[in-house]
Design a binder for this molecule. Structure first.
Ligand SMILES: [Zn+2]
Length: 138
């Protein structure tokens, strides 16, 4: 019975996928909406790098370089705006995403004063900046 139900669900899912998604959509569904935007952002950054590289080699005219750069920057701004919109609509869940939190890793490296936020690379008893105890750190 369970196997039969599982098969039915699988068939329904496949039928749904085939029905909903026509062949002219080659991209697979992104795992998270952020991943999709991150990939677009990365692609734009890469294009900007290539553009700069070719410009330095003298392959592009000033005008071509400026036009293409502005187009890419406009595209980048649109992607960043989408990321912002998405984070806002997802609220705290998005903010808590570990992949989007490079600040957390930077802080882990040292010990931070809970009073004045001064950072030290040693575990001190008292803060060297404000003299308050460091016990509550992290
Ligand atoms: Zn302090």
């Amino acid at each position: 019975m369970i196997i039969a139900v599982t098969c039915l669900v699988a068939i329904a899912v496949i039928a749904f996928i085939l029905g909903v998604r026509p062949k002219d959509l080659p991209e697979p569904e992104p795992v998270s909406p952020f991943q999709h935007l991150d990939e677009r952002k990365a692609a734009i950054y890469e294009n900007l790098r290539d553009l700069q590289f070719e410009y330095r080699l003298g392959k592009l005219s000033d005008a071509d370089y400026q036009t293409t750069k502005q187009d890419l920057q406009k595209e980048l701004a649109a992607v960043l705006a989408e990321v912002d919109k998405l984070s806002a609509s997802l609220g705290t869940a998005a903010a808590a995403k570990p992949a989007q939190a490079p600040k957390a890793t930077a802080r882990k490296a040292g010990f931070t004063c809970p009073t004045c936020n001064a950072a030290f690379d040693k575990d001190l008893k008292f803060c060297g900046e404000c003299g308050k105890p460091m016990k509550v750190a992290q």
